[in-house]
Design a protein around this ligand. Structure first.
Ligand code: PLP
Ligand code: COI
Length: 373
C-alpha cells in the first residue's frame, strides 16, 4: 500500500473549511412511511429501503446542501460521469438495537476513513468527518424504527459517492454527490456458501484499485462469479494476478482459516484486497483471546494440503454483510473439498457469537467500537 495513500490531513483541512452554516442538515420528512409494509421476519438482504436518505453535493470545491429527504429516485443527466467512467465508491456498515431499544453503530469512523481512502484512489474529494458522521447519525436516528431487533437482522447502511459532471470527456469530475441510505436486512447467505478458488480471472492486481471499495471491482467480478454459479458455487475466492497461487479474498468478504492446532490464518491486506473492518475486528478479538494469528501470504497449495490432510478445522468469510459466514465447500481445479461441520467450541462459532453480542450491546464493548446514536 502506498504510504501516501492517506488523506487525513486533507480531510481535517476540509473539515475546518466547513462552517456551522454549511454543516446544517435540512430535513424533509416523508408524509407516508412505508414501515408498516415490512415483514421483519422475512427481510432477505438489500431490497427493502428505509423511509429517508441523507444527501450532500460537492460543488465549487465545497460540500454543501446537506439534507435528509424521503428515500426516492434521483434525476441524472445521461452524461453523468459516474455512469460512463465509474468514479463511484461505497461503504457498507450496520446498526443494531440493544436490549434497551437504543441504536448502536459499529466502527463507523473506520468506514468513514476507508471511504476517503477509496476517494483518494479514485480522484474524488474527501468527505469531512462531520458530514459523514452527522449525516449518518441524524439519518439513523430519524429512521430508528427501521432498525430490526430480530436475531440475525440489522439495519444495513450504504454510504456512497459518485461523480456527477454531465461531461463525456475522461477526467476527474468537478462535482459529486454523497448519499447514505439504509434498509433492514437479514442474513446475506441463505446457507453456508460453497466457494470456488478462481484460477483464470482476477479481481485486482498491484497498482490497481483492488484496495478501494469502488463500483468497478464488483462489476468485473460478475462474469467469473456467474461462471462459478453455473458450476454450483455461491462465491469465488480470488487469487493473485501473477500466478493464481496465493489466496486474496472473496467477492464480498475477507477469508479466514482455522487450522486444527488452533492457528487463525488470513491473507495479509495489500493494495489488491479490501482492508475489511470485520476482518480486523476478528483479528483483534483473536489476539485478545490469546489465539495464535498469522496474517501473511497464504498459498492455495497450503490450504489444499491442509484440507487433504484433515488439518483445516474451518474456513469462513468475514464482512459487514456476511458477518462470519462458514464456508461449506472449497472447489479447486474441478475437485470439491468439504469442510467438517462447525464444532460447538470452534473459534469461528465463538467469535461470531461474541461479535453479535458486541454489535447488539449484550456484552461489554471492551474495545470501544460501538456508538449509541
Ligand atoms: N472484501 C470485499 C471485496 C468486500 O466487498 C467486503 C465487504 O465490505 C469485505 C471484504 C469485508 O469488509 P468489511 O468487513 O469492512 O465489510
Ligand atoms: C458489505 O459487506 O457491506 C459489502 O459491501 C458487501 C456487499 C457488496 C454486499
Amino acid at each position: 500500500m502506498n504510504s501516501d495513500w492517506n488523506n487525513e490531513l486533507t480531510i481535517s483541512v476540509l473539515s475546518r473549511l466547513m462552517t456551522t452554516e454549511t454543516l446544517l442538515i435540512k430535513k424533509k420528512q416523508t408524509e407516508k412511511s412505508r414501515l408498516h409494509e415490512v415483514d421483519f421476519n422475512n427481510l432477505g438482504f438489500g431490497r427493502i429501503m428505509s423511509d429517508h436518505m441523507f444527501i450532500a453535493d460537492y460543488r465549487d470545491g465545497q460540500w454543501q446542501n446537506l439534507r435528509i429527504v424521503p428515500y426516492g429516485d434521483l434525476s441524472l443527466s445521461p452524461a453523468t460521469a459516474a455512469l460512463h467512467y465509474g468514479q463511484a465508491i461505497f461503504e457498507g456498515m450496520k446498526a443494531y438495537k440493544n436490549n434497551e431499544g437504543d441504536t448502536l453503530l459499529f466502527r463507523a469512523t473506520d468506514n468513514w476513513k476507508r471511504l476517503n481512502k477509496s476517494a483518494e484512489r479514485l480522484c474524488m474529494p474527501a468527505v469531512p468527518e462531520e458530514v459523514f458522521m452527522n449525516g449518518l447519525t441524524e439519518l439513523v436516528r430519524l429512521d430508528s424504527a427501521w432498525v430490526p431487533s430480530q436475531d440475525g437482522s440489522a439495519l444495513y447502511i450504504r454510504p456512497f459517492m459518485f461523480s456527477t459532471d454531465p461531461y463525456v470527456g475522461v477526467k476527474p469530475s468537478d462535482t459529486y454527490t454523497f448519499i447514505i441510505f439504509t434498509g433492514p436486512v437479514g442474513a446475506y447467505f441463505a446457507k453456508p456458501p460453497r466457494v470456488k478458488i478462481e484460477t483464470q480471472f482476477i479481481r485486482s492486481a498491484e497498482g490497481g484499485v483492488g484496495g478501494a471499495k469502488c463500483a468497478g471491482n464488483y462489476a468485473g467480478s460478475l462474469y467469473p462469479a456467474k461462471l462459478a454459479q453455473e458450476e454450483g458455487y455461491d462465491q469465488l475466492i480470488w487469487t493473485d494476478a501473477h500466478e493464481h497461487a496465493y489466496i486474496e479474498e472473496s467477492g464480498a468478504m475477507n477469508v479466514m482459516f482455522v487450522l486444527d492446532d488452533g492457528t487463525l490464518l488470513t491473507p495479509a491486506v495489500s493494495d489488491t484486497t479490501l482492508d475489511g473492518i470485520t476482518r480486523k475486528t476478528i483479528l483483534a478479538i483473536a489476539r485478545h483471546w490469546g489465539i495464535p494469528v498469522e496474517e501473511r501470504r497464504i498459498s492455495v497449495q497450503e490450504i489444499i494440503s491442509a484440507l487433504k490432510e484433515g488439518r483445516l478445522e474451518s474456513a469462513f468469510g468475514a464482512g459487514t454483510a456476511a458477518v462470519v459466514s462458514h464456508i461449506s465447500t472449497i472447489g479447486y481445479e474441478r475437485l470439491d473439498y468439504t469442510l467438517p461441520d462447525v464444532k460447538e467450541d470452534s473459534f469461528a462459532k465463538k467469535v461470531k457469537e461474541y461479535l453479535i453480542e458486541i454489535y447488539t450491546g449484550k456484552t461489554e464493548d471492551l474495545f470501544g467500537w460501538t456508538l449509541k446514536v
